[in-house]
Design a protein around this ligand. Structure first.
Ligand code: NAP
Length: 340
């Protein structure tokens, strides 16, 4: 017997990621019995349009999770820590975009289409990986299955939308003041982001890496079930781009690899689109990826630094695959696999 359609809640529905979740729920034609939209007291009472109907934003409180089967949450770590256990105790599957539970052993960390089977282990909370990790998982999983990853070095070029609405507005304001030569007081970033790049995302850890960089190492290992012998290092950089994270990736494999072999494999990988024709100057850029679902891969070449190495450039919409799209896909998997 198939299950009844789920009752859904979107927590953080008024935020950058939350709004994208609403768009994608509609685009992907997710079927539900009921849906409600939760945020903080600040936006409670305001109106939101979804699927041709007007809804009122409700303040998130414990009792709002009664009868909810699946909650798609993007309201920050503290809010998730506050509500995820409550929702789970009421039988809700809480799909969380924040970093609060990602490395919790009891919580599956999942990219749809990569490690879906891990969803079966959920105990009420499922974590969505960090955006810079997320976009790499589809191509990396395919490459690992065929060539076996030994070591990976990633440099990211991350869009400001990854830091929320305040950061988006700061790029606009800062660019304007730079153009007319006026002083600017940066708030969202440590340095001015207009016409600049900033080699710090999140706070520094004891080992000199930032938390964002360590997320790439730790989350990649958790999602792809790599042990500590697979070495992963990342440098995460914020760039003055609104939407679309780019990553320069070098991977060393156990087995011999060729650029042609990797290109053919990735052309046939679900969720990945290869844009790689240097003779015609075709490679992915964040402007092309914004608003789209695939992870774009280009500049595929055999590394001259490692014997069995591959270099490539990977671009995706950070608000989609890196957040809202994967959240919705996870909800769809939970429904499909009847895990609610
Ligand atoms: N932006 C990205 O690319 C990205 C990627 C991956 C993960 N994430 C994660 O997703 C989350 C949201 O990011 P965002 O960029 O969408 O932030 P945002 O634009 O600042 O939105 C935050 C949302 O959370 C709600 N909220 C805040 N405090 C709350 C509370 N105490 N109770 C209920 N709702 C509350 C806000 O509601 P009000 O309108 O009432 O303030 C708003 O809807 C964060 O955890 C972030 O780390 C973001």
């Amino acid at each position: 017997m198939t299950k009844e359609l789920p009752n859904l809640a979107v927590l953080g529905a008024t935020g950058v990621v939350g709004r994208e979740i609403l768009n994608i729920l509609k685009e992907n034609n997710v079927k539900y019995n009921s849906i409600k939209f939760l945020a903080s007291a600040r936006s409670a009472g305001s109106k939101i349009e979804f699927d041709g109907k007007e809804y009122t934003i409700i303040e998130a409180k414990d009792e709002e999770f009664d009868g909810v089967n699946i909650c798609l949450a993007s309201a920050g770590g503290e809010t998730s820590k506050r509500f995820a256990p409550v929702a789970a105790s009421k039988g809700c599957v809480f799909i969380d975009n924040s970093s609060a539970f990602r490395m919790d052993k009891e919580v599956p960390l999942v990219i749809a289409g990569v490690n879906d089977e891990d969803l079966r282990k959920h105990r009420g909370i499922v974590a969505n990986p960090n955006c810079s990790t997320s976009q790499l998982m589809l191509p990396l999983k395919a490459l690992d299955e065929k060539y076996k990853v030994k070591r990976m070095i990633v440099s990211t070029y991350q869009a400001v939308s990854g830091a929320g609405l305040k950061a988006i507005n700061e790029l606009t304001d800062n660019t304007k003041t730079n153009l007319v030569g006026m002083p600017f007081e940066n708030k969202a970033f440590k340095y001015e982001i207009g016409f600049n790049v900033i080699p710090q995302i999140d706070v520094f850890c004891e080992n000199g890496y930032t938390k964002e960089e360590m997320k790439v190492t730790n989350e990649t290992r958790k999602i792809l079930h790599f042990d500590e012998s697979v070495k992963i290092s990342c440098t995460a950089v914020r760039v003055p781009v609104y939407v679309g994270h780019s990553e320069a990736v070098t991977v060393e494999f156990e087995k011999e690899i060729t650029a042609e072999g990797a290109r053919d494999l990735l052309k046939n990988t679900w969720g990945v689109e290869v844009v790689d024709d240097i003779e015609n100057f075709k490679y992915p850029t964040p402007k092309d990826a914004a608003g789209k679902d695939p992870v774009y891969v280009g500049r595929i070449r055999k590394s001259i630094a490692f014997d069995n190495g591959l270099d490539f450039f990977c671009v995706a919409d950070n608000l989609r695959i890196g957040a809202a799209l994967n959240t919705v896909r996870l909800a769809q998997k939970v429904i499909e696999m009847e895990l609610y």
